[in-house]
Each structure stands twice: as C-alpha cells, then as structure tokens.
Design a binder for this molecule. Structure first.
Ligand SMILES: [Fe+2]
Length: 178
C-alpha cells in the first residue's frame, strides 16, 4: 500500500484510508489492483520479454479496460526499469526533473517500487508517494511532479495514455521545490 511523505515537514502518512483521503484531497487518483492475479515469476522479473509484457497486460485486461472506459485512455503498455536497463543512471537523472504534461500520468505498479514526487496544495507543498505493487496512481495534468526509483532500483509498471504525444514533458524550474 502506498505511503506519503510531506517533504516540508517529513510527516509520514500511512494506512490505506489516510493515504486515500490525503491523495483525494490533492486530486490525485489512487486505486488498487489485486496482485494475487500476477504469477510471482512475472512480478520479480525485471527483464521482461515482449511476450511477458503482453501476458501482464492480458492478466490485468479487465482493470485496464475499466480505467480506460472511465478516464479516456486509448493505449497502454508495460515498462520495466532496473540496474540491467542500459544507461539507467542517465535515465534516472533525466527523470528526476520537475515537469508537467498536458495529460495526466497514470501508472499501475505491478512489480518493484517507485516514488512520485508531486506538488500539492500551497499548505502542503511537495510530497512523495512511495508506491508498491498493486498501487495505481494518476498525477493530474499540468501538476509539477517527477518519478524515480527507490533504493532497489527495480520497477514494472503499466502505463496508460489518451494519446501518444499527450505526455511530452515540459520542464518546470520551481523555486518552491525541495
Ligand atoms: Fe511525468
């Protein structure tokens, strides 16, 4: 289950209800998928073949199509990142820049861990959302944020898009980021 850290105060928010309430107040969509559907061999394999990725999409087809029908997504895929990803350090440096895009950024974590750093309301400031398998999160459109991995540097996620170009990142130089 996801946990929140408010970056200005280091306050940690845990527990499903508290996390859900916090994220709802920040207009961040937060849902959960049942990970028992996914064989362990797929959850722990960070070098997925195209066939493995297709299997993951097939296993969560109902959840994906439900999200797509509610929120207008038209295309989806699976990405995996780990220390075996070529140029992972350079990639992470590139990821770790505050940016916005014109589409929301929705990710369903199905393996590994990751963090979204998101700009909240004025009274909250930036906060971290620590994600684990089963967590589904959508950063609202035009909201400054970035994504990075946790210490284990491993993640598998389903991404959904409304259109292929909708998520082109626009960097934000935000003096409030810390
Ligand atoms: Fe983004």
């Amino acid at each position: 289950m996801a946990e929140i850290v408010i970056r200005n105060t280091n306050e940690r928010i845990t527990g499903e209800e508290n996390v859900r309430e916090f994220l709802n107040n920040q207009e961040v969509v937060y849902e959960h998928w049942n990970m028992e559907k996914l064989p362990a061999a797929l959850q722990e394999n960070f070098k997925l073949s195209d066939d493995d990725k297709k299997r993951i999409l097939d296993i969560f087809d109902v959840e994906i199509r439900d999200l797509a029908a509610r929120r207008g997504y038209k295309i989806w895929d699976v990405i995996t990142l780990s220390e075996s990803t070529p140029n992972i350090e350079d990639l992470l440096k590139k990821f770790e820049e505050v940016h916005t895009h014109s589409e929301d950024e929705i990710r369903a974590i199905v393996g590994g861990k990751g963090i979204f750093i998101i700009k909240g309301s004025d009274d909250v400031g930036y906060f971290n959302v620590e994600l684990e398998p089963g967590d589904v999160i959508s950063v609202p459109e035009n909201t400054p944020h970035f994504f990075t991995l946790m210490e284990n540097k491993q993640i598998i996620a389903v991404r959904l898009f409304i259109e292929e170009n909708g998520w082109v990142a626009t960097p934000v130089a935000d003096p409030q980021f810390q």
